[in-house]
Design a protein around this ligand. Structure first.
Ligand code: APR
Ligand code: ZN
Ligand code: ZN
Length: 361
């Protein structure tokens, strides 16, 4: 048996996205079908459409989603029909060398549904990040479903499934920001702003936001930035040092993903401080640094995969803190849109007008 729903696909490189009928198989062993309630529009969806991730067209786009489990396959015990869940794109395996060493957030063997969703003519779809949630329903591995408080708004909850978790986790999990720390965040889009909100939640005393766009710096203040630096007009390394008694910040989070901003992060951190790279570079980018500075400045240079999150640990906790008013995840939802509005949402995202547009069903 299978069922048919409406979903948004990227049919080919740089072709406009379109709404199509999608065939969803019944869940097999270890799988679940989820009725999607909300799904955010992320840069990665645009990259899929542009052919920047791979050539496995057509893609079923969408991956920052929350919804309700409709049915589960054989052997699924962690979730059941009716559960309100956030979808994650790193369902950990529990058996690889990272998992066995007790560090499952690094899992090297994350998994997705085994069966394929298709178009009516049988063409197999590649779901974005193994999710494909710009659709009324989607098929995932049950481990991609994390149960959270059903009182939370789906539009807010879904965002934890990708960019917002990446930013909060970059501060809290990877950067280990603690009470009293000084933190600088370079790049204040959705990910950087989430890092700022995460740093505030963790008790950072000083949070310096750096961007080249004054509009972004204004939003960063509402997320918790205590100071802002426009790096188009001011040298950010000098500015961060002078705001930290000449020393540099304890933790600097790079949320752009470019060599020049990484270098700024490297030199804007205090001796023995931490740099966290959460911005995603492209394959041709190169970094050149004096090795003596890498040695002499000490500390740690880390990258953050999906905020080094463990969905089962972090999603319910962050939703609870949001529900208690201790972190405002709602501030990341700039607008809610329909399934037919994704192309315009890409344009607005590209122009820097929104933190997140969220499709609601
Ligand atoms: N210096 C400082 N800020 C910059 C620079 C720069 N040279 N170039 C761009 N920015 C700012 C932009 O003005 C914008 O506010 O970085 C921000 C990037 O934000 P978004 O484009 O909204 O991207 P976001 O969703 O936050 O993701 C940031 O993290 O997960 C990765 O792939 C993602 O690499 C991307 C990064
Ligand atoms: Zn594993
Ligand atoms: Zn994403």
């Amino acid at each position: 048996m299978s069922q048919q729903v409406q979903g948004v696909i990227a049919p080919g490189k740089n072709e406009p996205v379109r709404v199509e009928t999608i065939v969803i198989p019944d869940p097999g062993p270890g799988e679940a079908v989820v009725k999607i309630q909300a799904c955010g529009v992320c840069h990665t969806d645009l990259h899929y459409k542009q052919g920047g991730i791979n050539d496995d067209f057509p893609f079923l786009l969408g991956h920052e989603a929350a919804g309700v489990v409709e049915s589960v396959g054989e052997g699924v015990t962690d979730v059941e029909p009716g559960d309100f869940v956030i979808l994650n794109w790193r369902a950990v395996c529990g058996q690889c060398r990272a998992c066995l060493r007790g560090r499952p957030w690094y899992c090297f063997n994350t998994h997705n549904a085994k069966q394929k969703m298709t178009l009516l003519d049988g063409t197999e779809l590649s779901p974005a990040l193994g999710i494909g949630a710009f659709a009324e329903k989607t098929l995932v591995a049950a481990g991609q479903c994390t149960k959270v408080d059903p009182e939370a708004s789906p539009a807010v909850a879904g965002l934890l499934g990708c960019g917002v978790m990446a930013g909060i986790g970059a501060a809290i999990n990877t950067g280990q920001v603690g009470r009293g720390d000084s933190v600088a965040v370079i790049g204040c889009g959705g990910v950087g702003d989430a890092a700022i909100a995460g740093a505030r939640l963790a008790g950072a005393a000083k949070i310096i936001a750096v961007d080249i766009d004054d509009r972004k710096l204004e939003t960063a203040k509402t997320m918790g930035a205590t100071h802002t630096v426009n790096s188009r007009s001011t040298d950010p390394v000098e500015a961060i040092r002078s705001l930290t008694d000449g020393n540099g910040a304890d933790v600097v989070i790079e949320a752009v993903g470019r060599p020049e901003t990484y270098k700024q992060a490297f030199y804007a951190r205090d001796l023995a401080g931490t740099v966290v790279l959460v911005g995603v570079p492209t394959p041709e980018m190169q970094l050149e640094l004096p090795l003596i500075d890498v040695f002499g400045r000490g500390g740690s240079l880390k990258s953050s995969w999906y905020g080094d999150c463990l969905p089962s640990r972090d999603f319910p906790m962050l939703i609870d803190l949001h529900q208690q008013g201790r972190i405002d995840l709602g501030a990341f939802v700039t607008e809610t849109i329909g399934l037919g509005d994704i192309e315009q949402a890409f344009t607005r995202m590209h122009e820097g007008d929104v933190l997140r547009s969220v499709v609601v069903f």
